[in-house]
Design a protein around this ligand. Structure first.
Ligand code: AMP
Length: 389
């Protein structure tokens, strides 16, 4: 696939300029807030309207990602384009990049929006991943199960997130059913990783190659959706250094200008494996808003604008708990009860409809230890369902 060479690839975008964001969810919202603090203007583009990003942007444009004339029109109104949502067609970012720099560029997006391309890129460049195979027929799947063994995870190659489009296969009799669930889409078969922990490294790379990673975050999931993150991760410092080096290597190899999140597994045998890349800020990095010298969102602004990167130092141990729509099932959550502890911070994304599994907001707490931060944030979240007097 050919990508149009950007005409102004090295341009520094100074405060006062306008940043265009493809996508309009909570990541775009928190990015826009950080960008505004630095004095930038924000225009968001997505198929929706009245969105979390639109609420805080200078302008919200609603249009299809396939409407390339409208995309070019959007690009003419901004100085640089970035994204908070990676499932944007390549043609969309190409059209924008004919007019202004797109950061990270279309190549990074192309690799990271497709699990098979991503894992192939990683393994071909020597980054450790679980063994995998491309699946386009039941025969492929049966061969993969024989070669790589079971259990395994079968995922759609495109459009998967938060465990969507993936199924765990435990025995050979489940293969036909798992294949049917692909529904004709291309799949990737991954050997199941018996992991000890899930961690992530959020890292940025500047126009001049400057690299900065946040301390390793430790993540726990519930129903495949991130539940609680804390930092610093309680792992061997050598493994933390290894994770950091992997992130540096990946961003360099992809020649990233911008911010990328590297999700990893720590296996029970003490290995670090890369699970997935996201060419943007990440749910596990939300605690940086309240706990770090520079938030992941400010860092993304700095990186895509070509400014020097900020310090990623964590001021205090910290923990974040997601607030899913499930919490609204019995009415409005008890915000006052959650905020009883003055070390707890509330972030809501302005979404009107609270649906089960939908990310509505998060809580962050700091503490003198990670245990204290986790205890505070979990207690605060539990308090949300206490009856309102
Ligand atoms: P993903 O959408 O690839 O980030 O996967 C969502 C979650 O599914 C991960 O955070 C893991 O908890 C789990 N998972 C994904 N791939 C594997 C694997 N190969 N082995 C074990 N667990 C996995």
């Amino acid at each position: 696939m050919q990508f149009v060479q950007q005409k102004s690839g090295n341009k520094i975008i100074l405060p006062g300029a306008t940043i265009g964001v493809l996508g309009s969810g909570q990541l775009g919202r928190m990015f826009a807030i950080a960008a505004r603090e630095l004095g930038y203007r924000i225009i968001t583009y997505s198929p929706e309207n009245d969105t979390p990003t639109g609420h805080v942007a200078d302008l919200e444009i609603s249009g299809s990602y396939d409407d390339l004339d409208k995309i070019r029109d959007f690009a003419r109104q901004v100085d640089v384009v970035t994204f908070e949502f990676e499932n944007v067609p390549s043609a969309t970012t190409q059209a924008a990049s004919e007019i202004v720099p797109v950061r990270p560029d279309g190549h990074v997006l192309h690799v990271t929006q497709h699990r098979l391309r991503e894992k192939t890129f990683l393994s071909e460049n020597g980054f450790p991943v679980t063994p995998f195979r491309r699946i386009s027929s039941l025969q492929n799947l049966e061969d993969a199960a024989k070669e790589l063994g079971l259990p395994a995870v079968l995922k759609t190659a495109s459009f998967g997130y938060d465990g969507k489009g993936q199924v765990k296969i435990k025995s050979a009799d489940e293969l036909p059913g798992a294949f049917a669930r692909l529904n004709g889409a291309e799949g990737i078969y991954e050997a199941f990783v018996d992991f000890e922990k899930e961690i992530s490294v959020v890292a940025a790379r500047g126009l001049n190659g400057q690299f900065a990673a946040f301390p390793v975050f430790e993540n726990s999931h519930s129903n495949h959706i991130l539940d609680v993150t804390f930092a610093p991760a309680t792992i061997d410092p050598r493994l933390a250094a290894e994770a950091d080096e992997l992130a540096r290597g990946i961003l360099e190899k992809l020649n990233v200008v911008g911010l990328v999140t590297v999700e990893m597994f720590l296996t029970k045998s003490g290995k670090v494996l890369v699970n997935e890349l996201a060419p943007r800020t990440h749910n596990s990095g939300h605690l940086t808003i309240d706990a770090s010298v520079t938030s992941q969102f400010e860092q993304q602004v700095r990186a895509v604008c070509g400014l020097p990167l900020g310090s990623t130092e964590l001021r205090q141990p910290s923990a974040m708990a997601n607030l899913l729509g499930d919490l609204w099932e019995r009415g409005e959550p008890n915000w006052a009860a959650a905020l009883q502890n003055p070390h707890v911070k509330l972030h809501l994304y302005g979404k009107r409809d609270a649906r089960v599994g939908r990310k509505m907001g998060h809580l962050t707490a700091v503490g003198s230890t990670v245990e204290e931060a986790v205890r505070r944030v979990v207690q605060a979240r539990n308090a949300l369902v206490e009856p309102i007097p």
